[in-house]
Design a protein around this ligand. Sequence first.
Ligand code: SF4
Length: 300
Amino acid sequence: MTESTFAGLVSRWYEHNARDLPWRKPDVSPWAILVSEVMLQQTPVVRVLPAWHAWLDRWPTPAALAQDSPAEAIRMWGRLGYPRRAVRLRDCAVAIVERHGGAVPDRLDQLLALPGVGTYTARAVAAFAYGQRHPVVDTNVRRVVCRAVAGEPDAGPATRPADLLATEELLPVEPAAAALASAAIMELGALICTARSPRCPACPVESICAWRASGRVAPAGPTRRPQRYAGTDRQVRGLLLGVLREATGPVPHQRLDQVWDDDAQRARALAGLVTDGLVEPVGEASFRLIGDGPPAPVPG
Ligand code: SF4
């Protein structure tokens, strides 16, 4: 890789500017990297940091997590959001123990076959934990590649095979250098080539960026508004889950009724938690986190 290629420029910038994040340390286990990648989806780094440390203090290996209940995984997930990730991560730990003797596999096909591990996470673990050459494409990477290579301001709708191909073409041939470049492109998208205000003068690829060369035309169409949370079913689900997380046993319906006035919305949110495998009924009139104790008696 020469210093003047896209990957070379971004990698050199990364070596001097990357954030000092614990999951990037050289002695971090593949399991710790997998946990970080799952937590970082849809959640900012600052919120992930304490949760990641706490999770790995309690479950330093997949085997440790696999022995615990899904309810405990939901409790430890706390308020990170999208708590199905906690249950899927525990399912993943169980599968790692059953299929791979407790070691996170290094083959892409085996990673992709794990519960809750998709295109992005599998490649991120293969690259960042095992130093392999794979295109690791998240929103930030798609945006950087789209701007720098195609000269378009926004990556637009996801076109997964095309995204993977476009990113792979930028990677050096040597696996370790490719893995470094993957981390570097992602970091560039997070810190410099941001969605709303790219800082082109501070960018290591400014001289070869197609969007910059084209005069940097502003994105067409309205800017996406942040998603509303207050008053949504998501908020009600969070409130219900908060009560169930704090409880040491089944929680009576009447207690859950107190978290939200709108009966229909509360019932919908509770039903959604049950459907998503986060909560289960106990008898006729109580609920608890999934797997929180001995098997629940079947109602009726
Ligand atoms: S020069 Fe600007 S638009 Fe191009 S990759 Fe860098 S920050 Fe993004």
